[in-house]
Design a protein. Structure first.
Length: 272
């Protein structure tokens, strides 16, 4: 009797966990489903479920110069900020993990400080500094602002990979005559590749979706997609915003597929 009650209790527990998991997944997936289906609505306002299917708002998105220009600015920033932060963040993380120098902890805290400083405060500070430098409102100023925000993610993920790496492998390579730079290229880099890729993903996502800092840094001709969405929703509310959201979702899915084919999502989660 006791065994039967125990088995029944286990089954009920598993059923409860399964139902809870299904509810959580539905809760997370429902907003995405609503956005995707509403983007194909032929009506001049978001409607769910749609009363038909149409590519009207995707065409409007591509035909509107404001949207195409903001998309181009965001993609250009993505192409600049991602490799820049990956290179700087990787060398910064390696220096903090392998070199001994004074004020190392203070330097690490300074690099990671954008994670703790409110984005509005950071945006105002960058606005003052870049205005004094004469590059506020330019693509260069935006790239600097996005790099400041994205750099801590690269440093953090690469630092995790370096901490998990066996330092003896580097020592063995250098004891066999390899220099520090050669050891870094041939031993360290391949072993911390998951952390570097994870940092690149975080940097790209952070740059592409950055709003707070961009609001202070943009000017006519350098408006990013998130700022354009923010301004557009403030003025009107039609499914064009849903159409650009669908494009974001497709890019995210493609990015996840690439990561899965290269290093796998499990290693990416371990690095993050």
């Amino acid at each position: 009797m006791a065994d039967a009650l125990h088995r029944l209790s286990l089954r009920l527990s598993r059923l409860a966990v399964t139902l809870a998991g299904i509810i959580v997944y539905l809760f997370l997936a429902l907003p995405v489903v609503v956005i995707v289906l509403s983007a194909f609505s032929p009506e001049p306002y978001p409607q769910f479920p749609p009363q038909g299917l149409s590519l009207r708002w995707f065409e409007a998105l591509l035909q509107d110069p404001a949207w195409t220009e903001s998309l181009w600015v965001s993609l250009l920033l993505l192409a600049i900020v991602t490799p820049l932060t990956v290179v700087l963040g990787t060398f910064a993380a390696w220096s903090l993990a392998r070199l001994n120098f004074r004020y190392r902890e203070a330097l690490q805290a300074f690099i990671l400080s954008p994670l703790m400083i409110p984005q509005v405060v950071l945006g105002i500070a960058l606005l003052y500094v870049l205005t004094a430098a004469g590059i506020a409102g330019t693509l260069s100023g935006l790239a600097i602002g996005h790099a400041v925000v994205a750099l801590p993610y690269v440093v953090r993920t690469v630092s995790v990979s370096l901490a998990a790496m066996d330092k003896r492998l580097e020592s063995v390579a250098m004891s066999l005559g390899a220099g520090r730079w050669y050891t870094f290229r041939t031993v360290t880099l391949p072993l911390i590749k998951p952390g570097i890729l994870a940092g690149a993903v975080f940097a790209a996502v952070t740059s592409f979706g950055e709003v707070s800092v961009s609001l202070f840094m943009t000017a006519p001709g350098t408006i990013t997609v998130p700022v354009q969405v923010f301004n557009y929703v403030d003025q009107t509310f039609d499914p064009t915003v849903n159409a650009i959201s669908v494009i974001f979702i497709v890019i995210a899915i493609l990015l996840l597929m690439v990561i899965e084919k290269t290093i796998g999502l499990v290693k990416l989660n371990q690095s993050g």
